[in-house]
Design a protein around this ligand. Structure first.
Ligand code: SIN
Length: 457
């Protein structure tokens, strides 16, 4: 086959792929370059994300795009039984229908994009690669994005987005514990409140946050703690970032990564546009317990796992059989991360070796970070450094010698302070020059504590 024939066939193949994807509707493909291997083209998906409408362009409200993936929030009661919260068809309603059923949003112009409509657990890691790129594509035009997903693996999806989305604009993940159309559903309220958080812009530079039940959490920290309750999400060791109480979106603390806002260090190394989704490796989780066997680890390695996270007992300990299997796997080049099955606690990293301390990431979060790390490098010291930087929520504030921190009160007191020895009486002389611009005190408007009346309890 000549090069010309090969080129023509190659182009035809790409055109065929493009046509197939356009026919599929939501996802297309464009060809980019794999920076890790410049010879290999990367096929990047494209998305039929709706442009901001002329009406919304003209309006003052921020433009929020809701990217829907399904889950209970889009669930429909089965057999018309609107009292059953457990037996329903998840991922039934489209986001366009759901937003149309909400009252017109007070703080946002809302558009929708249906990425998919199924349970959270049905998405593959390659789907998450597409989802992340869809979020970044949307944020090129929209002010912020809400992603709706099922709650079962929401913490994993949210952390994957947190680690990969390049834009600093707000990304808010939400879902619901009760389907859209049953009595006492939390679905419309969660959707409305998540849009409110996104449109507030208050989580810009926070990375991905999660909002359910009026509580806002950092994606890195949050976990689902109960199979059924509406207040299932929690951040052990950390707590919430803030709350949504009409009309307020109150943020009480920032996640560690927000400290790097506006710097190059804010962005993670995980720019998905530079890798093919085929290079996302298999990474698994092995759970330890009384006399746990080594079979799980051996099986994962046999299935091609490049990394394994252990969810150990207490401070990350694993059984001796698991430990033997881990040593054998390390000989085969598998990288391990230690976490605890207790639900909280920090695993400190020695900085060397093929077993990395997962800080206080839970096993599901640590798996996402290890998976992305192994997709971008096989260099162990680099992976250690990523776990100690992006994986660790360690806050360190440094101010260089050229930076002068001033309070607003200090900024007004421009004149140098002259120290007078205690024995000397200061001589008070009227100054010939007016010392400074006269200070004009504007009357201060006192805002009512609550801008809108709160409904009676
Ligand atoms: C799912 O995760 O898709 C089902 C459960 C839920 O959304 O709460």
């Amino acid at each position: 086959m000549t090069n010309v024939v090969r080129d023509v066939l190659g182009k035809r193949f790409i055109v065929l792929l493009l046509l197939l994807s356009m026919a599929a509707g939501t996802v297309g493909i464009v060809v980019s370059r794999n920076l890790a291997n410049a010879a290999e083209p990367v096929q990047l998906p494209t998305f039929n994300i709706p442009p901001v409408s002329a009406e919304f362009e003209a309006s003052e409200k921020p433009n929020v795009l809701v990217i829907a993936t399904g889950g209970t929030i889009a669930g429909a009661a089965r057999n018309g039984d609107k009292t059953n919260f457990q037996n329903y068809a998840a991922g039934t309603y489209t986001m366009a229908d759901m937003v149309a059923q909400l009252p017109v949003h007070k703080t946002a112009d809302v558009s929708t994009f249906q990425f998919g409509n199924k349970g959270s657990g049905s998405y593959t890691i390659k789907d998450l690669y597409d989802l992340s790129l869809a979020v970044d594509t949307a944020l090129a035009d929209y002010d912020s994005v809400v992603v709706t997903t099922g709650t079962d693996t929401m913490e994993e999806i949210a952390y994957f987005l947190d680690l990969t989305v390049r834009s600093e604009k707000p990304v808010v993940v939400t879902g619901a514990m009760r389907p859209w159309d049953v009595i006492g559903t939390d679905a419309p309220a969660n959707l409305y409140q998540a849009i409110k958080v996104a449109s507030s812009n208050k989580t810009k530079w926070f990375g991905t946050v999660l909002m359910l039940n009026d509580v806002i959490y950092a994606a890195r920290e949050v976990t689902k703690t109960n199979a059924h309750r509406l207040d299932t999400f929690d951040a052990p060791m950390f707590g919430a970032l803030g709350y949504v109480d009409d009309p307020a979106v109150r943020i009480y603390r920032a996640p560690a990564r927000a400290i790097k806002a506006g710097t190059e260090q804010w962005a993670t190394p995980f720019d998905l546009k530079t890798i093919s989704k085929d290079s996302l490796p298999i990474v698994e989780i092995a759970y330890s317990y009384q006399e746990a066997g080594g079979g799980a680890i051996r099986g994962f390695v046999e299935d091609g796992a490049k990394g394994i996270v252990t969810a150990g007992t207490g401070a990350g300990g694993i059984s001796s059989k698991m430990s033997q299997a881990r040593s054998a796997a390390i000989q085969q080049g598998v990288v391990f991360v230690t976490t605890t099955r207790t639900g909280s606690g920090t695993m400190y990293d020695s900085g060397t070796g093929a077993t990395i301390g997962g800080d206080n990431l839970n096993a599901a979060h640590a798996r996402m970070l290890l998976l992305l790390s192994l997709a971008f490098t096989s260099d162990l010291p680099t992976i250690h450094s990523w776990f100690q930087s992006f994986g660790t929520g360690d806050v360190e504030i440094s101010v260089d010698e050229n930076t002068v921190l001033k309070t607003s009160v200090e900024e007004e007191a421009e004149e140098p302070v002259v120290e007078v020895p205690a024995s000397e009486e200061p001589s008070v002389e009227p100054s010939a020059e007016p010392s400074a611009e006269p200070v004009v005190t504007e009357p201060v408007e006192t805002a009512p504590a609550v801008e809108e009346p709160v409904g009676a309890h």
